[in-house]
Design a protein around this ligand. Structure first.
Ligand code: 3EB
Length: 348
């Protein structure tokens, strides 16, 4: 595996050659962050951290997730754009936008009077309302994070309550549900409020299915009273490049979990699923995976750090061995799932 760290000078050099508006994303060593952000010729839009405290102050929203990193030096994810950024902040929502797309985060504290379905409904309604008001109505990518994801809350698992509230809000507000649903991730943090991170655009993106997997929004009710509202992947294009956002992907074939108790086999199945959705993007949407300036970033969410070495071994023997991979410890939305992988592939 390549190091998860991109030295700041590399990042700057790469950005100088870019000419059209698009999001840039990199994994940067936390210790290098202040230097990277001041030296970079691009406009920082968000910094995402995974359980490590950051030195100094930043000119953009910092999204702190309690998802401990389990390998490599402390790393942050840095989102940049190449157009001036306008910030919109209030106590539970921060958004950075640049006329083409925005990146934001919505935070909602739970309390005794608000179950997870109510929290998800409220957070999604508030997010969608802001996207419409600001003029970025098209969802491109969503990340959902909250603690105790597999715990029971009044007779229903918290993840299933989350799906209920999310579905309710999206069916009320989103035009063309479910075909306008974007790629997503939903995983469990160690602690913290409900945090929703989102990318949205002034123009629509293309959302894709995976031929090996049933669309999540068509799952039978065995997995909860309302199905998970997301697409398997989302494709965005600008003049010079394509981006393929790969949803959190697990060892699920059709709608069934495979290889319970076997982290290595689950990782291999997950990688087959990722390859299948990439092929789908190539065949149905003309996504050119062989582009000259290809860049790929992955996050591997690991339920139990004791299975890390088996998961890493499976990755070493796969095409992901050549890519930037960040390993994070988190709970996953079905109890039997031990690993989930999301990705972003950029070609130009
Ligand atoms: C799955 O295939 C695994 O609820 O937003 C992956 C990505 C999963 C996103 C979500 C759930 C979500 O069903 C779980």
């Amino acid at each position: 595996m390549k190091s998860t760290t991109i030295p700041p000078f590399t990042m700057t050099a790469r950005r100088v050659s870019e000419t059209t508006a698009r999001p840039g994303v990199s994994y940067v060593e936390c210790a290098q962050l202040p230097f990277t952000l001041t030296e970079s010729s691009t406009h920082p839009m968000a910094v995402v951290t995974f359980g490590s405290a950051l030195p100094g102050e930043f000119p953009c929203p910092v999204i702190a997730l309690n998802l401990p990193q389990i390998d490599g030096p402390p790393t942050a994810e840095v989102w940049t754009g190449d157009k001036p950024v306008q910030l919109h902040t209030d106590p539970d929502c921060s958004i950075a936008m640049n006329g083409t797309f925005l990146i934001g985060s919505m935070t909602l504290n739970e309390d005794a009077d608000r179950s997870m379905d109510a929290a998800a409904y409220e957070a999604y309604k508030a997010m969608l309302h802001r996207l419409h008001t600001l003029g970025y109505p098209y969802l491109w990518r969503i990340w959902n994070y909250f603690p105790h994801i597999n715990d029971d809350q009044d007779g229903l698992e918290r993840y299933q309550r989350f799906c209920l509230g999310r579905h309710h809000a999206l069916t009320e507000v989103l035009a063309d549900f479910p075909s306008s649903l974007p790629a997503a991730t939903a995983v469990g943090t160690k602690s913290g409020p409900l945090q929703i991170m989102f990318l949205a655009g002034t123009q629509p993106a293309t959302h894709l299915s995976n031929p090996r997997q049933l669309n999540a929004y068509d799952y039978p009710q065995d997995y909860g009273p309302r199905s998970p509202s997301f697409a398997r992947a989302t494709l965005t294009r600008s003049e010079k490049e394509c981006r393929l956002y790969l949803s959190g992907t697990a060892s699920v074939v059709g709608h069934a979990s495979r290889h319970a108790g076997l982290p290595r086999a689950q990782t291999e199945e997950t990688i087959r699923n990722l390859q299948a959705v990439c092929e789908q993007a190539q065949h149905t949407a003309g996504f050119d995976l062989t582009g000259t300036q290809r860049q790929a970033l992955y996050k591997v969410y690991v339920r139990d750090s004791a299975s890390l070495s088996e998961i890493q071994e499976a990755i070493m023997h796969s095409p992901l061995a050549q890519e930037h991979v960040l390993f994070l410890q988190s709970d996953l939305c079905r109890k039997e799932l031990l690993v989930e992988i999301e990705g972003l592939i950029i070609t130009g």
